[in-house]
Write a protein that binds this ligand. Structure first.
Ligand SMILES: O=C(O)COP(=O)(O)O
Ligand SMILES: [Mg+2]
Length: 237
């Protein structure tokens, strides 16, 4: 006798909604991060940083990214007490970064292949859609609009929308609350361990894309329910 199969958590009839991450999942924003950080570092009189180094630091929000970049360049410059100098520079750096990021937002970034088709398929299956990113809401909304993605989402929450960011489960639980859906019936679609850990802790099923930013680690090394190479492959049976 064949063993009874556990129904996949990704079956269409097991889901009411999907929460979709932004950076590394829908839009390849590394060019925007690089451009804004390059301008910020230049304004502060600091040396630049290469895009592949930035890529490993993306995912825990913009303040974390900026702090990591400042510390990285100060350590490389052999500056003593780099961590303390980073903190001292943060207020001015944060002001400069927000200004530069808003000025170039979307100009050096592109929607990944398959995203529009994937979102259309989820919508066609009747799933409610929310975008949940660790990027500030003020960066996320204009980026979604510029890339023609805003119309898919009934809710958009940035990293500043709630008290804590992913990988804490709070933003996912709050997004489910806003959608009015149960976490167990709300799929998280992301690119990093931040999305997967938050989803696990919130009780949401989670699928990771294999092409985004996961701190330099393969997405398949992260605990998730499934992995897809493009959003068109989301297997909702
Ligand atoms: O801004 C970040 O650090 C990453 O944002 P994300 O949550 O959309 O991947
Ligand atoms: Mg991401």
């Amino acid at each position: 006798m064949l063993p009874e199969r556990t129904p996949s958590p990704l079956r269409r009839d097991a889901l009411d909604a999907a929460i979709v991450d932004l950076d590394g999942t829908m839009v390849d924003t590394l060019g925007d991060f690089h451009a804004a950080l390059t301008r910020t570092l230049a304004e502060l009189g600091l040396p630049g940083i290469a895009a592949p180094t930035i890529e490993t630091m993306v995912g825990k929000g913009s303040e974390h990214l900026l702090r990591s970049v400042l510390n990285h360049v100060l350590v490389l410059e052999n500056q003593a007490r780099a961590a303390i100098k980073t903190e001292a520079l943060m207020p001015a750096a944060w002001d400069a970064y927000q200004r530069h990021y808003l000025a170039i937002n979307g100009q050096c970034s592109a929607v990944y292949p398959g995203v529009l088709e994937g979102l259309e398929a989820l919508r066609a299956r009747g799933l409610r859609l929310a975008c949940l990113t660790n990027k500030p809401t003020a960066f996320a909304r204009p980026l979604l609009a510029q890339k023609g993605l805003d119309g898919f989402f009934e809710q958009v929450f940035g990293g500043d929308a709630f008290e804590r960011k992913k990988p804490d489960p709070l933003p996912l639980l709050k997004t489910c609350e806003a959608l009015g859906t149960a976490p167990a019936r709300t799929l998280m679609v992301g690119d990093s361990s931040n999305d997967a850990q938050a989803a696990r802790a919130a009780g949401c099923p989670v699928v990771l894309v294999t092409y985004g930013y996961n701190h330099g680690q393969p997405a398949r090394s992260v605990d998730a329910d499934d992995w897809v190479d493009t959003l068109t492959e989301l297997r909702l049976a």
